[in-house]
Design a protein around this ligand. Sequence first.
Ligand code: HEM
Length: 500
Amino acid sequence: MWLSIFIMIVFIYILYRLLKFWIYIPWSIHRHLWAQGIPGQYRPVIGEILMIRRAIVADDPMAYNIKMANKFGSYYHVSFGPIARLAINDPLLIQGVLKTNARAYHKSNLMQLILGSLIGNENLLMAEDNIHAQHRRLISPAFQHQNINSMTSLMVDITTDLINKWSSTMNNENNVLTLDIHKEMARLTLDIVTGCVFGSGMMKNEHIREIIHEGVTTTLKDVEERTFNMIGIIPIINQLPLPSKRRIEKSKRNVKLAVQHIIDERKRGLTKSACKGPDLLDLLLSAHGNDKTSKFSDEELFQEALTFVLAGHETTSTLMTWTLYNLANNPDVCHRLEEEIDSVLNDNEEITISTISLLNYTECVLKESLRLHQPAAALVRTAVEDNTLIASDGKHIHIKKGTDIMINLYMLHHSDKYWTEPFKFDPSRFDERHVDIWLPFSSGPRSCIGQNFAMLEAKIMLAMIIKRFRFQLIPGQKHVPDIAVTLRPKYGMWMKVSSR
Ligand code: HEM
């Protein structure tokens, strides 16, 4: 008897939670936005997920967002699965979420489920409020110019290894190589970021590198799959020990052991930085404030180190791959870039930070690639308190606690309101500054802390590679961005590489 009552209560509770999540909360958010005259549409339970999936399967992943923005304008409400969200690409609204009202927003619950399940929630990327502010304060010095500049020689050395590998293979194969450039760039950026974070302990240990590489790349695939089939989104269901969940957990355990091993070795003085100055692990280990409570715990240290690898790997390799793609499609731009690089980089001279600072057009090429193919297509936030946003047309939008906001960077970067010929690859547009409408690294207190690191690394890799090689796209390929954590090319990027 008591058991039956207990089972009944548990059943009613689960039903209540599911109905609240699937129906009540989304409906009340849509109703609140409609009441203010915000355009949008509401499909109960599955929302727009099938449309998005259809666009992805048709290899036109942006089609759905473009269609919605054309239909409704620069702000509208839709649903991702059961989750109601306001989609925005209006610069003033974006500024409201990222800067003016930043305190009223957290990373979305969805992102906590996706990335938090991989790297935890006690790190710079995922932590909120005071914990985030404390971590940001402790980590910021590590990303100051002086520290990052001391990593230049390691970035140069690792890129030189790749160039030498290509050159020697090329000599055996009629001076032309056929390569999946995305794979090459993914390996290169992983080597650089792990080298700059973990130093010699990492660089000498191929086994540990493989565990981290596998952990980061294959787990991200599982996590993405679980998002689009909604298993990863639905409360209770996302805790079930399904094969994908077990794979993620196993991979997390392996990565944790590997990273913990590297940290322990460094603490015991068995490994050291491979940069001219301290690496990011040294800087994390020495991060402390005036009292003990402001030092990183072992768990936080582990999560931060892994966050750097995760946040700094896919993003930069995606940037490099699309940049080489854009250059292959725009010979005039490539020619001007080669001229600049040839005049700045001298074969017999060491590449230093002052050489790199002369590469102005190279920087414009990278910025334009970050506009046309921004690695992060969208940012999603959840309102943690009621607040009001103001759009460029003067409209005041009251946002209820619990509303998800999708900041559509892709639409912002491709809008003809702000960019002339938005689909043209034209680096010279970056002769001017584009504050608040060029946001590949986001903006405000949660903007990318690795921005200077990424730009320095990309400039070094691009300049050194273009100095030595030309790239030609293999015809007949599909060049489709994968709408995953980053917009990496879904089918890779096959190119013919030849010596200049
Ligand atoms: C082209 C390369 C990169 C791009 C486009 C990029 C983009 C971004 C974006 C858009 C965010 C904000 C995410 C959000 O608000 O949800 C972010 C945050 C972050 N990025 Fe990057 N990133 C790049 C490279 C890097 C690198 C190389 C590192 C580290 C070595 C890094 C570390 C981080 C961290 C730790 C955060 C969280 C910052 C915070 O919340 O305080 N990123 N990045």
